[in-house]
Ligand binder design. Structure first.
Ligand code: ADP
Length: 698
């Protein structure tokens, strides 16, 4: 016996094959149906109006289920024609043959309608599939039985016997053949091959013993437990094959007049059709018992495989994590698993720990006690999982662990609950990483930063102390210095008696130095006041041109002495700005007096006042000695004087430019320099035109 075969997805008859391939399958299936039907008609029991079995219907249904929807009408027509021809060939009248052909076609349509899904090739792998198949088989066989019954006997009461026989033989054929042709899940995890051999032999022996002899009627069901054995141990594939093979064997033997049924029917004087009906009833019962068992077996095997695979994956992951400790415990903390990472980190093996230890073995006891007390808990491990009692999914904290060798580690530990399939909490999962190095590095970094901040504060304090010191020393020295200069003046103008020329020379030198000292004290005092902000700016609207003119006027004496040509370039109108005029004048004076000091006689100084919109500027350019590039950056430092100035004993304190810069910055302005040694320098003081709120000192 043959069937459309084990058709798989994609190679199926008419499902996704080329039309060519489909025609080949289709034709082959129809030929098979023709021969099966003919054989069944030939082998029908003597005097019986119908065949004892009808495997052709199983094959026809399988063909229809594997046929694409749009090709279904052609397939049904083919089945009707082939069945009719087989019946005629088997010796039946044309009328009966056509009736049986129609009956078969109706059956195929009904089963296809019940069982087919929307598109995919039909599968047979779960219990609901069996339910649908049983329903479809009953409906299809019922349809065939009604049509066949009416064909054979019209509305005669004897039609019932025909119907019963057709129903049983067709339903049995569908239930036994169709599962064989469906797509099954691959068999996994089933019993060993030897057992299959033994079971198959036992099945053959039982079928042979019961159906090959003049068997006793109650023994007709003897093959059933053996079929169930096969189903339970080897799954759907084997169960369907054994059903089919034993069904064929039982049918052939029964047709040959052997087995329990022909004998019983003869003895009890039942109609001849009863033989087939009883046989098919046994086959249906066998299918209904063994197929569910087989389906469940397959499902169980599949879910066992799935469970094993995921357990293996999990185990693999746990073992692969050699740097991460993964530890599970039960609800009270007894360790239930301990991975390679945990072994590496802690130094115990899983064998040492699992079933023997709790995490108290490696958790730092003092830390546990301390945190327990903080959380208001009894000392112990509870504190590890306490945050999870509130329902949060996990808790991550740093903990101190102690290895087997006594070494201290800092770990970042994430604890989460473990649940069973019903969602009940069964224990805890801890995943820990060694963060000792990171945490120590963090600590070192943090204390280095603290130290740096402290040092910075200290520097600021020192700087303030130094400024205070300079301010108070300058202040204290100014009064005695003024008095010294006053007395020197009296000595020099002979108010205290005549002086000799030598005394006079000494007094003049002393007076010069005393005045220099006083100037330095005043500049220092001014600088420290401007710098520490104790100096109040008196900001008002003023004219930069006027300020510069005033400064030049003050410097008139020096200008006269220097032999340097000084020229002011200013716009015809006022250049307004909000500033402390006195301070700006002081800054301009410093710049101009520097230009005069560092420009040899015959040179020139050009002073330019500009209104630049948002800012105003005054630049002082000279044709003097200029400044070496390496000195430029330090010019504005306190007491800095270029080596050439020191060498050539140009008078000065090194404070002038510091004061200019301090004044510029108090006004939110700037001072810049552009210089070339030997060619001259240009200093530019740039100030904002307005200072915002006039009332507040800047
Ligand atoms: P001082 O003029 O009292 O020495 P300053 O702070 O005003 O102090 O100037 C610092 C140094 O900058 C000077 O000693 C000098 O070397 C240099 N300098 C300032 N102005 C000029 C200039 N116009 N040309 C050349 N060098 C200058």
């Amino acid at each position: 016996m043959s069937s459309p075969g084990r058709l798989r997805d994609g190679e199926a008859a008419g499902w996704s094959t080329t039309p060519h391939a489909w025609v080949a399958w289709w034709a082959a299936a129809l030929v098979v149906i023709f021969f099966l039907a003919s054989a069944s008609v030939w082998l029908a029991p003597p005097q019986s109006s119908v065949a004892a079995w009808w495997p052709a219907s199983g094959v026809a249904v399988a063909l229809a289920l594997w046929t694409r929807r749009d090709r279904l009408p052609l397939t049904v027509l083919g089945i009707a024609v082939v069945t009719t021809l087989a019946n005629v060939w088997g010796g039946r009248s044309w009328e009966t043959a056509v009736g049986f052909g129609v009956a078969n076609a109706c059956e195929v349509v009904v089963v296809a309608w019940f069982y087919r899904g929307a598109s995919a090739p039909p599968g047979f792998s779960r219990l609901p599939d069996l339910g649908r198949l049983v329903l479809a088989a009953a409906a299809g066989a019922g349809a065939a039985a009604v049509v066949a019954g009416v064909t054979v006997a019209g509305l005669d009461p004897s039609a019932f016997v025909t119907m019963r026989a057709v129903f049983a033989s067709h339903a049995a054929a569908i239930l036994i053949i169709v599962p064989m042709t469906m797509a099954h899940p691959p068999a996994r995890g089933h019993a060993p091959r030897q057992e299959l051999v033994v079971q198959s032999v036992v099945l053959a022996l039982v079928v042979g013993a019961v159906f090959g002899t003049k068997g006793e009627l109650p023994l007709a069901f003897a093959p059933m437990p053996v079929l169930v054995w096969g189903a339970a141990r080897f799954g759907v594939r084997i169960a369907a094959a054994q059903l089919l093979l034993s069904g064929v064997a039982m049918s052939l033997l029964t047709t040959a007049g052997r087995g329990p049924f022909p004998f019983a029917v003869e003895r009890l004087d039942y109609p001849p059709e009863t033989v087939g009906t009883l046989l098919q009833a046994v086959l249906v019962a066998s299918a209904l018992v063994s197929l569910p068992v087989a389906l469940l077996t397959d499902e169980l095997a599949a879910s066992l495989t799935r469970a094993r695979t995921s357990a293996e994956t999990l185990e693999g992951v746990m073992e692969a994590a050699t740097q991460t400790a993964i530890i599970t415990t039960d609800l009270v903390g007894n360790v239930t698993s301990f991975n390679a990472g945990a072994e590496n980190l802690l130094g115990w093996t899983a064998a040492d720990v699992v079933g023997h230890a709790t995490p108290a073995w490696w958790h730092d006891a003092d830390q546990l006690d301390l945190r327990s007390a903080e959380a208001g808990l009894e000392p112990g491990l509870r504190v590890l999982v306490e945050p999870l009692e509130g329902g949060s999914a996990s808790d991550r904290r740093d903990w101190v662990w102690r290895t087997r060798a006594g070494e201290e580690l800092i770990v970042s530990l994430r604890v989460s609950p473990r649940h069973d399939a019903e969602g009940r909490r069964i224990g805890w999962l801890g995943i820990a990483e060694d963060v000792t190095r990171n945490r120590r590095a963090e600590q070192v970094l943090r204390s280095a930063l603290d130290r740096e901040r402290e040092a910075g504060q200290r520097l600021v304090e020192l700087d303030r102390a130094k400024t205070d010191f300079i301010a108070s020393v300058s202040h204290e020295l100014r009064t005695p210095m003024t008095s010294v200069i006053g007395n020197l003046e009296m000595l020099l103008d002979d108010s205290l008696g005549a002086t000799t020329p030598a005394q006079r020379l000494a007094l003049q030198r002393t007076d010069r130095n005393a005045r220099r000292l006083l100037m330095m004290l005043e500049e220092l005092l001014l600088l420290s006041r401007v710098e520490d902000g104790t100096f109040d700016l008196r900001v008002r609207r003023t004219d930069l041109v006027e300020i510069v003119e005033q400064a030049l006027h003050t410097l008139d004496v020096a200008r006269g002495r220097s032999g340097v040509d000084v020229e002011l370039h200013a716009p015809g109108e006022q250049v307004e700005l909000d500033a402390d005029a006195e301070q700006v004048e002081r800054a301009v004076m410093n710049l101009v007096s520097n230009a005069l000091k560092f420009t040899p006689a015959g040179g020139r100084v050009d002073i330019r006042v500009r209104d630049e919109g948002a800012t105003v500027s005054v630049s002082v350019g000279d044709t003097g000695v200029g400044i070496a590039p390496e000195d430029v950056d330090r010019l504005f430092d306190r007491f800095y004087r270029a080596p050439s100035a020191v060498r050539e004993a140009v008078p000065g304190t090194g404070l002038g430019l510091s004061i200019v810069r301090a004044i510029a910055e108090r006004h939110h302005g700037s001072v810049t320099v552009d210089s070339r040694p030997g060619e001259g320098s240009t200093f530019t003081l740039r100030l904002p035109a307005t200072q915002g709120d006039e009332s507040t000192p800047a």
